[in-house]
Each structure stands twice: as structure tokens, then as C-alpha cells.
Write a protein that binds this ligand. Structure first.
Ligand code: UDP
Ligand code: MG
Length: 162
């Protein structure tokens, strides 16, 4: 079977997770990767890059009218980011749960934001909020496409019932 049918048949999702400049600067990239790996999600793409203002404005296009938008773009331009695509069952919603709330102070301990940050404008990590926006974000950040491979069958059976 091709990976496309593998993902769709098992109701697999892909999500875009991005360590923001403060997370990269603070050396939290490995910690964030580790949580998704440990959970059982599959890494399909990984890149460090310094995005342009236009790229970030496109990524956050839905927030353009918000008063915090200029500050958000300035924050996101403060250094390189690490973008990745993680795949698996319910990856979008579970990824958001693993991140915590938008406001780190409202995020439960045990979540990424609840463990590593304090302020909304320095919340170290992005995660897609729906399957639709995940696919849009993956296309925006990885126009060259992402990996499409099936993991070892016995590994898959240790993580999924079928
Ligand atoms: N943000 C902010 N002030 C706010 C709300 C959001 O600075 O009042 C920033 C914050 O970094 C957040 C990003 O804008 O992560 C995108 O906002 P969104 O509502 O999409 O939150 P997220 O999906 O990241 O939890
Ligand atoms: Mg969002």
C-alpha cells in the first residue's frame, strides 16, 4: 500500500509543529522533539530556517487584524525557527494538548508551554489548530513536500492496535 492510503485508512493526521525563536535560542528544540517522539508520533519533516516577514505574515494571516500582530511578527523574526511535521492518529488535536494553552500561565504543568514558558508573546512553540490549517501550513513551510514513508510494521503494532 502507498503511504497515502496507509494514512487515510488508519485515520492518520499530519500536524505542523514549529519551535519559535525563543524556544530555539533557549535550547528547547530537542525537548520538544522528544515529546512527540516519545508519544509515538512519526517525524515526516524537520528544518531550521530564518523565515521572511512575508512568510510569517502568511503563516499568521488569520491574525492580521489583531492588535498583537505586529509584535507577534517581530517576535517570530527574532531568530531562526525549527519547523517539523509529525504524523499519527489524532496528531492535530493531541499536538495542541501537548502544547498547552495559548497563554502559558493557563497551561497545565506537563504540557510544553506549561513546563517551559510564562508569557503569551514568548510561548516557544506553534502547533496547527485544525487538520485544514495543518495541511495549509505544511504546504507553506515545506513547498518541496515532506517525507512519505511507512514505519516498521512491528513498531507500528507496538503503538497502534491495528
Ligand atoms: N499571541 C499574542 N498575544 C495574544 C494572543 C496570541 O502574542 O493575545 C501570540 C502567541 O505567540 C500565539 C500566537 O500569537 O502563540 C498565535 O496566536 P493563536 O491564537 O493562533 O495561538 P496558538 O494557536 O499559538 O495557541
Ligand atoms: Mg494558532
Amino acid at each position: 500500500v502507498s503511504s497515502v492510503s496507509f494514512f487515510t485508512s488508519l485515520n492518520m493526521e499530519r500536524t505542523y509543529i514549529m519551535v519559535k525563536p525563543d524556544g530555539v535560542e533557549r535550547g528547547l528544540v530537542g525537548e520538544i522533539i522528544k515529546r512527540f517522539e516519545n508519544r509515538g508520533y512519526q517525524l515526516l519533516a524537520l528544518q531550521l530556517l530564518t523565515p521572511t516577514k512575508e512568510h510569517l505574515e502568511q503563516h499568521y494571516a488569520d491574525l492580521k487584524a489583531k492588535p498583537f500582530f505586529p509584535g507577534l511578527i517581530q517576535y517570530m523574526l527574532s531568530g531562526p525557527v525549527v519547523g517539523m511535521v509529525w504524523a499519527g492518529k489524532d496528531a492535530v488535536k493531541t499536538g495542541r494538548k501537548m502544547l498547552g494553552e495559548t497563554n502559558p500561565l493557563a497551561s497545565a504543568p506537563g504540557t510544553i508551554r506549561g513546563d517551559y514558558c510564562i508569557e503569551v508573546g514568548r510561548n516557544i512553540c506553534h502547533g496547527s489548530d485544525s487538520v485544514e490549517s495543518a495541511e495549509k501550513e505544511i504546504a507553506l513551510w515545506f513547498p518541496q513536500g515532506v517525507a512519505d514513508y511507512q514505519r516498521n510494521k512491528s513498531l507500528t503494532q507496538l503503538i497502534y492496535e491495528n
